[in-house]
Structure formats: structure tokens, C-alpha cells
Design a protein around this ligand. Structure first.
Ligand code: UDP
Ligand code: MG
Length: 338
């Protein structure tokens, strides 16, 4: 007997509607490239040029979807110009800057290819690696993950932050994310359709994809420096991404405070017994205003931290239950329903 999960039914359904949308026999693009863009006007002509060189060799039918994440420079204008000359280049304009992960999501929602590759606009994800990604897919991998070997010229603060996040926090909290994974990866259509069903607001694709449980093939690469412009990920955006990663994939931080509370309670009982005994047997009144203050402020600050962490989870729950759309598309170009 054939038993299908809801997700698989959805995929069946979706692929049928794909066929009808494409007039049944018309092939869906074999390969979609999704590129989030935030103020990358100088990089776009170059990434298009290099991508096109590679894509012409590996696929007959491909599309490049740029997602303009509310750029304030002329990125959108540059992409529109390319679209006029080459309609395989499409663009989705988000209403405002919503961040890399949401921009990626918007692109994945529109990508029609049997294979979808996501990459950055700054050429730190070399297009020349695409044939390698595709060959791993053809060997049977549903996800092919680009893994950075070394990255030249990365600020020490970012290196330290990445180490703290991947090697310390993720290890302790048992979040399964391999260090140095990037958002340079190939996804099968099946994985893309599953991701479309995961509508959580606080998206951390580096965690969501391993969560799906498919076997992940790795392709290692050396990340060159940015072709042009400044990094768009500020330390604040990185910190917020890391926090999403932790809060979305682990509830251990909540539990840590439960255990700390237990330990504290035992210590307090012990200290109380000691104080009572001292009073009765040695008649020594517990001295020490200082120790009292230390205990009070210590416990007070622990409580505040605990409340802060609870608040963080509560805020996430609140944001999720509002069920607002993840992004608003201001305009599109190159799609059948522009
Ligand atoms: N990006 C985006 N929205 C943002 C920040 C970044 O779409 O709010 C895009 C950016 O244009 C680039 C990719 O995400 O294509 C990665 O950004 P960046 O190169 O700054 O990250 P890093 O290489 O430092 O990890
Ligand atoms: Mg970059």
C-alpha cells in the first residue's frame, strides 16, 4: 500500500499544477539561481556575466531570480536593464529591507527549477563551482552545501563571533549546524517545496535545511573577497541571526535557568539551615550586609536574565501567531504574473 505524508501529497499536487501551469509538455526550467541583493549595483553586471558563462554550459533552460531586498542604490535599475536584454533574468522587488534570509525565502518561493541554487550577489560564492554542485545532485544528493574553507580578510570580530556561535553555542545546545556552511547551496525541487511549507518568520535556513533530514553533500570552496562594496551583514544583523538560530532550534536556554534555579534553591536552604544553627548554638548573629547585598543582586540579575530569555521566546511566539506574510512584494519583472 502506498502511504503518502501530507507533505508528499502537497508535492504531488504542486507538481501537477506545475505541469498544468507550464502547459503540460513545456519544460520547467532545469535550474534556478536565487540571489538576494541589498545595495549591490556594482556586483550585478559581473555576477550576471560570470553566471551566464557557466550556465550556458550546464543547462539548456535556466533562470536567475534576483530578489531586491529594498536596496537604496540602483541595484533594481541595473537588474531591470539586464532583464530587458535577457528575459531569463527575473527580479522580485521587496517593499523594504527585510534581511537576507527573508529575501532568500521570497526567491525560493518563486523559483521553478528542478534544481535551485542560492548564492550571494558579491561573488564570494564562485559561480564556477556550479557544475560541481550539479554533479553531486546528479549523484543523488537532495541538498548540496557549499562549505567555506578559508575566507580572506574577514574582520577578527566576525571570525570570533562565528567561532562563538558555531563551535560553542551550537555544540552546547546540540543544534546541528556545520561550521562554515554558507547560503551557497543547491536544493532539489522536493526540498524547495518542503521549505515553502515552513513559514516561520525567524528563518535560519542553515538550521532549517539540516532539520529536514536529507543527506547533505558538501562541496568545499575558498571564498574570495567581495568583488565590490561593503559587507551588508552588520554585526547587529549577525547577532540577530544567531539569536534566531538559537531560539528557533533549541529550548535549552529556558531549561538552563530551571536548573540554575534548582541549584540556587538548594544553596539557599543550606545557608538558611546554617544561619539558624549559628543563631541557636553559637548565638552569633550572621554578620554581613555585604554578603546580603551580593546575594540579592546576584539572584536579582539572574532573575532578570531568565525573564529576558523567556521574553525572547514569548516574543517569537507572538510574532509567529500573528501570521503576517513573511514579505510584501512591491513589484516583479520577468514572471508570468508581473
Ligand atoms: N543581503 C540582503 N539583505 C540584507 C543584507 C544582505 O539581501 O539585509 C544580501 C547581500 O546583498 C548579499 C548577501 O545577502 O548578496 C550576503 O551579504 P554579505 O555579503 O554582506 O554577507 P557576508 O558575506 O558578510 O556573510
Ligand atoms: Mg559577502
Amino acid at each position: 500500500m502506498l502511504i503518502m505524508s501530507d507533505a508528499e501529497k502537497q508535492i504531488m499536487h504542486q507538481s501537477k499544477s506545475d505541469q498544468s501551469r507550464h502547459g503540460g509538455t513545456e519544460a520547467i526550467p532545469g535550474l534556478s539561481i536565487v540571489i538576494p541583493v541589498y545595495n549591490e549595483e556594482e556586483n550585478i553586471p559581473e555576477i550576471y556575466r560570470r553566471l551566464k558563462n557557466v550556465l550556458e554550459q550546464v543547462a539548456n533552460d535556466w533562470e536567475i531570480i534576483f530578489v531586491d531586498d529594498g536596496s537604496r542604490d540602483n541595484s533594481a535599475g541595473v537588474i531591470r536593464q539586464i532583464n530587458v536584454a535577457d528575459p531569463r533574468v527575473k527580479i522580485i522587488g521587496l517593499s523594504t529591507n527585510l534581511g537576507h534570509q527573508i529575501a532568500l525565502t521570497a526567491g525560493l518561493d518563486h523559483a521553478e527549477g528542478k534544481m535551485v541554487i542560492t548564492m550571494d550577489a558579491d561573488l564570494q560564492h564562485p559561480p564556477e563551482l556550479i557544475p560541481q554542485l550539479i554533479s553531486r545532485y546528479q549523484e543523488g544528493a537532495e541538498v548540496v552545501q557549499g562549505v567555506k574553507l578559508v575566507q580572506k580578510k574577514r574582520g577578527w570580530l566576525k571570525i570570533l563571533a562565528a567561532f562563538a556561535f558555531y563551535s560553542v553555542i551550537c555544540k552546547i545546545l546540540r543544534i546541528q549546524i556545520e561550521p562554515n556552511t554558507s547560503d551557497f547551496r543547491l536544493l532539489s525541487r522536493r526540498v524547495v517545496l518542503l521549505l515553502r511549507e515552513m513559514r516561520e518568520r525567524h528563518r535560519f535556513l542553515r538550521g532549517l535545511i539540516p532539520w529536514l533530514g536529507f543527506k547533505i553533500a558538501r562541496v568545499e570552496y575558498e571564498a574570495p573577497e567581495r568583488f565590490a562594496g561593503q559587507p551588508k551583514y552588520t554585526l547587529r544583523k549577525l547577532a540577530s541571526l544567531a539569536l534566531s538560530g538559537v531560539v528557533s532550534f533549541s529550548s535549552v536556554p529556558l531549561r538552563i535557568f530551571f536548573y540554575l534555579g534548582l541549584v540556587g534553591a538548594f544553596l539557599c536552604v543550606g545557608y538558611a539551615l546554617f544561619a539558624i544553627a549559628a543563631k541557636i548554638f553559637w548565638e552569633a548573629a550572621p554578620s554581613g550586609w555585604a554578603s546580603l547585598i551580593v546575594v540579592i543582586t546576584f539572584l536579582g540579575s539572574f532573575q532578570l536574565i531568565a525573564m529576558g530569555i523567556q521574553g525572547e521566546y514569548l516574543a517569537k511566539v507572538y510574532e509567529e501567531i500573528k501570521r503576517r506574510p513573511l514579505y510584501i512584494i512591491a513589484w516583479k519583472k520577468g514572471f508570468s504574473d508581473d
